[in-house]
Design a protein around this ligand. Structure first.
Ligand SMILES: CC(=O)N[C@H]1[C@@H](OP(=O)(O)OP(=O)(O)OC[C@H]2O[C@@H](n3ccc(=O)[nH]c3=O)[C@H](O)[C@@H]2O)O[C@H](CO)[C@@H](O)[C@@H]1O
Length: 365
């Protein structure tokens, strides 16, 4: 009989896209699998999950809001009512198994699942586990991780190193350079840098590009510049009158495959999902870890690559000053680019989506 699976979590692309990759892999194994997503109202998953063809129900849940005591006053009530709603959802949908990928909705949903004796699997993308996942890890049947040493956070016997699941279509770049460049109105023959700040964009990367844009233009290098939704308006305002055909400014990249296919070098934040994709597309990368994440986990993500000569790291505080100089030197250094690309390719853990989907189905039996 077809299995019924609830997948919960979200907040940012780093949680949502692995969830979609797991859902796609479940459907590939058995197209009859019934999948329901549970997310947080008002967050990115409420738009991205239906766009990927899956049904989602939102909980009224938020994270702890730093700097606003008033907003946090309601948090315990929201948590309580989210657990009640999660219980209703489980009662109606009758899942055989639940999956949590982290982000606000995972907590109440997996807590309700554990109360209702539904087995659950956790997928942790980062080298550092957040409080909720650590707490939920105790009751999980399996915890799928992407980094070694995660037994600091989770019971050792439940951990499975699978790597991070990625959307196949996002990394399918074979023979697409010319078409991608054409679609982006760029030349396939000129050197091209992709700048991505992760699913939300990065203020530091945007500032660094603004600071060094003249050098990019002078070097006749092209730029695919993802600003992030929140920064797009301010970036385009600052660029007014200085637009250049070599520089493509985009709010969000809906086709990551085209961006990866068209570029020779990537400048990126060090989100775990982006890193997993970079291992699959095998592009040289300069990582600028965000300092604004729990326990500085992006630096740890980045160092795992740097230690293997698979990426170059530029600190957030140095980026505005030197990031584009380093990028322009690197893109001209064919040997170094090849070495970085070869080494990052060796770190790929392929089939994470399939391995996790198989674990999910095992639990559903
Ligand atoms: C600020 C923050 O909290 N960042 C966290 C968040 O990152 P963030 O949400 O940025 O996620 P990742 O870097 O892991 O992944 C970004 C995902 O969004 C996609 N994408 C990105 C840009 C774009 O324009 N279009 C697009 O489709 C990428 O292909 C990738 O699949 O989750 C990650 C995984 O838990 C963490 O490691 C990061 O530290």
């Amino acid at each position: 009989m077809a299995k019924r699976v609830i997948i919960s979590g979200g907040g940012t692309g780093g949680h949502i896209f692995p969830a979609i990759a797991i859902a796609n892999a479940l459907k590939k194994i058995d197209p009859e699998t019934e999948i329901l997503f549970v997310g947080a109202n008002g967050r990115m998953e409420m738009e991205k999950v239906p766009a990927a063809g899956y049904k989602i129900i939102g909980l009224d849940i938020q994270g702890f809001q730093r700097g606003s005591l008033l907003k946090n006053v309601l948090l315990p009530f929201k948590l309580f009512s989210s657990v009640l709603k999660a219980r209703e959802i489980i009662k109606d949908f009758k899942p055989d198994v639940a999956v949590g990928v982290g982000g606000y909705a995972s907590g109440p949903l997996l807590y309700a699942a554990s109360q209702m004796k539904i087995p659950y699997l956790i997928q942790e993308q980062n080298s550092f586990a957040g409080i909720t996942n650590k707490w939920l890890g105790k009751g999980a049947s399996v915890i799928c991780v992407a980094f070694a040493g995660m037994d600091k956070f989770f019971p050792k016997d439940k951990i499975l190193i699978t790597g991070n699941p990625i959307r196949k279509e996002a990394v399918d770049i074979e023979n697409k350079r010319f078409a991608a460049a054409e679609l982006l109105s760029l030349s396939p023959l000129k050197k091209t840098i992709l700048v991505t700040g992760g699913s939300l964009g990065s203020g530091t990367l945007n500032k660094s590009v603004l600071a060094g844009m003249d050098k990019i233009i002078a070097a006749d290098v092209q730029l695919i510049w993802q600003t992030g939704k929140y920064y797009y308006k301010s970036v385009t305002e600052q660029l007014a009158g200085k637009e250049h055909p070599n520089i493509k400014v985009l709010e969000f990249l809906h086709r990551m495959d085209l961006a990866y296919a068209a570029c020779d070098l990537v400048i990126s934040r060090a989100g775990a999902g982006t890193i997993a994709e970079l291992c699959a597309v095998k592009k040289p990368v300069i990582l600028v870890p965000s300092p604004n994440v729990a326990e500085d986990h992006q630096t740890k993500n980045a160092l795992a690559l740097v230690e293997k000569d698979a990426a170059i790291l530029v600190g957030d505080n140095m980026a505005e000053l030197e990031l584009l100089d380093i990028a322009l030197l690197l893109i001209e250094n064919k040997n170094k680019c090849k070495e970085l690309a070869d080494n990052i390719g060796k770190m790929e853990l392929p089939d994470a989506d399939k391995i996790i989907a198989e674990e999910v189905l095992k639990l559903a039996k």
